[in-house]
Design a protein around this ligand. Structure first.
Ligand SMILES: [Zn+2]
Length: 152
C-alpha cells in the first residue's frame, strides 16, 4: 500500500517553494527544480508523484511556471495520443524534465512540436484534449493538501 504522507509532506514543501517564487525570492528555474525534486523524492517511500505536486498541478504550467487563469485550458503531456512517439519521455525543448505534466497552450505547442519534430503536433494534440473535461485550470493553488487540511 502506498504512503500518502510522504506526498503530503513534499506537497507542503512545494507550497513553500511557490510562496518563495511568488515573492520573487527564488528564480523560476530554482522553483521548477525544487518542485521536480519533491516529485522524485516520493521514491524514498512508496509515494505518489502526483500527490507531491498536488498544490500546483491543476493551475500552474510545468514549463513557464505561470498561474493559468481559471477556466483556461491546461494540456497534459501524459495524456497525449499514441500518435506521439516516445510519449512517456516528453521533456522541454532543453531536455529538462517538467515538474508537472500540465502546460499552458503556448508551452504545450513548443514542447510537443519539438518532441515530435513536427510543427502543428501540439495543436493536433490540443484539439484531442479539448474534449476532456479535466483540461481546465482551476486558476488557484489547492486550498487543501491532497484532501487534508494544511497543518501549519
Ligand atoms: Zn507555459
Amino acid at each position: 500500500m502506498s504512503c500518502h504522507n510522504v506526498g503530503r509532506a513534499l506537497n507542503n514543501v512545494v507550497r513553500e517553494v511557490m510562496n518563495l517564487y511568488d515573492a520573487g525570492d527564488i528564480s523560476k528555474d530554482a522553483a521548477k527544480r525544487l518542485a521536480l525534486r519533491c516529485c522524485r523524492s516520493v521514491a524514498w517511500c512508496d509515494g505518489s508523484e502526483g500527490e507531491a505536486i498536488d498544490y500546483i498541478s491543476a493551475c500552474v504550467c510545468g514549463r513557464c511556471f505561470k498561474l493559468i487563469p481559471k477556466g483556461e485550458p491546461i494540456y497534459s503531456t501524459w495524456q497525449v495520443s499514441s500518435a506521439v512517439p516516445n510519449q512517456y519521455e516528453i521533456k522541454d525543448e532543453n531536455g529538462d524534465e517538467l515538474p508537472t505534466d500540465g502546460l499552458c497552450e503556448e508551452c504545450f505547442d513548443i514542447v510537443l512540436d519539438h518532441h515530435c519534430g513536427e510543427k502543428g503536433a501540439g495543436k493536433r494534440e490540443r484539439d484531442i484534449q479539448k474534449k476532456f473535461e479535466d483540461c481546465v485550470s482551476t486558476g488557484e493553488y489547492k486550498d487543501d493538501n491532497n484532501g487534508c487540511r494544511w497543518v501549519d
